[in-house]
Write a protein of this length. Structure first.
Length: 336
């Protein structure tokens, strides 16, 4: 299922053809797998399907507009951030053993782990190629920013995997992991159009902070959907994050709440055998009873307010500012 938010639809149309051109550079054996991951084709060249929400390219395009630049200025950034996002999804699905994404079989589950690793690597390399080939100082700055962001993604992923094995993860550690895993790329997406447009420092800083706050809101909502989302809409199995004992933000908050339900949740999480639907329902009820669900929903709204506040700290024209605010509100209201 795809979004109906106007600004994302418009940028998706522009970015889609640039992405297709970019994928055209991939080698013969890699290209069809990448096109499948993007939803541009179905399995074995079948019809296209869900292409994802395209939030990151939408942010990159709005970022160039926020710097007063034309669409073309943000386009390489928009393509590059979606390529990096896709690299992370292809590799993440392999690491987590997830067989479904966007209601379709994942790359590794169709073509195997080696192909998933290579396709992800090719997408990451392509992102740098597209971003830096203009050869301008702005393109070089954007390339460095995206490379540093990728390192943050990797750091966040390492922590996420480590936390699955630990039972003493603090809320601060969990927030740091989410800032790296999700916040870093959203922050860069929101800033990269402005960087490519040679915008003044305060505008880039305001956009990066907007994106970082939005990223935390994004992850908070993602974590809520990972427990209480409708599988028919999210494309993930019911209670998927509880099944894997993920230390998501609502879970981490609940376990550290000092409430009887929080303590019972800690015991429940330690009991790896309880993965039937009734057990998972009990785990979800404990997260809610310990305040994790309400806290995460309220914290997502606070982060969106902080994102909007960041936009007020720099001179950003009214129209792109309104689009960025629309994207932020879409993030907290989304159902997938
Ligand atoms: C470096 C391998 C590696 C991973 C980095 C980004 C990441 C960590 C893993 C991807 C899985 C995940 C749940 C990440 C959190 C960020 C997030 C909410 C991703 C899903 O993004 P959406 O909802 O996806 O924008 P669509 O399908 O709309 O593109």
């Amino acid at each position: 299922m795809t979004t109906t938010l106007d600004v994302l639809h418009r940028s998706r149309r522009t970015v889609r053809s640039a992405l297709l051109d970019a994928l055209g550079r991939l080698d013969r054996d890699i290209r069809p797998v990448a096109a499948y991951h993007f939803g541009f084709t179905g399995l074995h060249g079948g019809p296209p399907s869900d292409e994802g929400k395209a939030v990151r390219p939408g942010l990159a395009m709005a970022s160039a507009a926020a710097a007063g630049a034309p669409d073309g200025a943000g386009l390489p950034g928009a393509v590059a951030v979606e390529l990096v996002h896709s690299f992370s999804l292809v590799h993440d699905d392999l690491m987590d053993g997830d067989r479904t994404r966007r209601h379709r079989p994942t790359v590794w589950s169709v073509w195997g782990p080696a192909t998933a690793i290579l396709v992800g690597d090719a997408l990451l390399a392509l992102a740098q190629e597209i971003l830096t080939e203009a050869g301008t100082p702005q393109a070089a700055r954007a390339g460095t920013l995206l490379a540093a962001t990728t390192r943050q993604l990797v750091r966040g992923q390492m922590l996420d995997l480590e936390f699955e094995r630990r039972d003493d993860v603090t809320p601060a550690e969990c927030l740091d992991m989410c800032a790296a895993k999700t916040g870093a790329l959203l922050s860069t997406s929101a800033a990269i159009g402005a960087v490519l447009s040679d915008a003044p420092g305060p505008v880039v800083t305001a956009l990066a902070e907007y994106g970082a706050q939005l990223g935390l809101a994004y992850q908070l909502v993602d974590d809520l959907l990972g427990i209480w989302g409708d599988p028919a809409t999210t494309g993930k199995p019911v209670f998927s994050d509880l099944r894997s004992r993920k230390k998501s933000l609502p879970v981490c908050h609940a376990v550290n709440s000092g409430t009887p339900a929080g303590n019972a949740l800690a015991d429940w999480l330690a009991d790896a055998r309880d993965t039937g639907v009734d057990g998972l329902r009990r785990g979800a009820a404990l997260v809610a009873a310990a305040g994790g669900r309400d806290w995460a929903a309220a914290e997502a709204r606070r982060r969106v307010a902080a994102a909007e506040q960041a936009l007020r700290t720099a001179a950003i024209p009214a129209a792109p500012r309104a689009e960025l605010i629309d994207i932020a509100r879409f993030v907290v209201d989304r159902e997938h």
